[in-house]
Design a protein around this ligand. Structure first.
Ligand code: ZN
Length: 317
């Protein structure tokens, strides 16, 4: 594919004879202002105008879409796809306003492929920028233009990650995201202690860990160590999709701890199809790999006999 072949699309229509689905109207203006938090008085009252930045909103097709996208635009995309530039990202938009839009204006529009750039290399990958310009008319008079630029590109290969290494990493169980709000929880797991947050102001227990209390908004908290006793409050059995490092079917339980809070975890010690709501379970810690340990819940004899050794070992320290 030569650049000339792409350049030939410049000036061809991207959309023709578009018609706004609604006249410019007060409810859409009000909703937009509420969503944006824009309280400018120019957009209210009998002499209201529409916020200029709503320009594109009046041309949008909604969920059912628009007719009228041109063959040229589809052909250009097919050409770029065929050359390996299969990904797309919107990069920027520019608008010009020539006259205000007012409730009752009937909107029509058409769009042209304004430019196709030479091949550029970006952080995302190599590709071509495609700029379309939409001319928006109100009652037949040009009211504004909307320029929209995308990059059609071939994604850059992930640097420094050999294929074999990538496969090996994919097969590892996902790492938890540890941040300053939940670091204490993961420190507890390392010591084989399941820690629940307790609000210092009102005493409410909370899990998962959060910076503030949902009951009273206090940010002061301490921790309570879970006894490890719990019951299956609810569960799902995962059959599909299958993720690397997981071997479906397996049960994911919502465990209600004796302390009253709930935690999502794996139920182990019983086949996936024998997990039941109300089943007693007991905490233990699963060594997943050299750096990851996770709290899981054992059903069956282990739960009934209170035989989870991980907790006892952790408490000695
Ligand atoms: Zn509280």
């Amino acid at each position: 594919m030569t650049y000339a072949a792409l350049k030939a699309f410049e000036g061809l229509p991207a959309a023709t004879a578009g018609v706004g689905k609604d006249l410019v109207n007060v409810p859409m203006i009000r909703h937009w202002c509420e969503a944006m938090g824009d309280t400018d008085p120019a957009y209210e009252g009998p002499d209201a105008i529409a916020p200029p930045t709503m320009l594109q909103a009046w041309t949008m097709g909604g969920l059912s879409g628009h007719q009228g996208r041109s063959g040229a635009y589809d052909e250009l995309f097919a050409l770029l796809d065929g050359a390996g530039y299969t990904s797309v990202v919107a990069t920027d938009c520019e608008q010009e306003y020539l006259r205000p839009l007012r409730p009752g204006d009937a909107i029509t529009f058409d769009a042209v492929i304004e430019s196709v750039s030479e091949r550029k290399t970006t952080k995302l990958g190599t590709g071509h920028f495609v700029t379309t310009r939409m001319d928006v008319r109100a009652d037949g008079e040009l009211a504004g233009t909307h320029r929209f630029r995308i990059l059609k590109y071939a994604p850059a290969a992930r640097a420094g990650l050999a294929v074999g290494q990538a496969r090996k990493q994919q097969a590892r169980r996902p790492r938890p995201v540890v941040n300053r709000d939940n670091a204490g929880f993961w420190e507890g797991v390392r010591e084989h202690r399941l820690l629940i947050q307790r609000c210092e102001a009102c005493g409410t227990l909370r899990f998962p860990w959060l910076p503030g209390c949902g009951a009273c908004a206090s940010q002061d908290w301490s921790t309570v160590e879970a006894s490890g006793e719990g019951t299956v409050f609810s569960y799902v059995v995962m059959h599909h999709p299958s993720f690397p490092a997981f071997d479906p079917p397996y049960a994911v339980g919502l465990i209600e701890l004796a302390e009253g809070v709930r935690i999502i975890s794996n139920v182990v010690g019983v086949p996936y199809d024998k997990v039941r709501i109300g089943m007693p379970v007991r905490l233990e810690f699963l060594r997943v790999d050299e750096e990851l340990e996770l709290p899981v819940f054992r059903a069956g004899d282990g739960a009934a006999l209170g035989g989870a050794t991980g907790v006892a070992a952790g408490r000695e320290g």
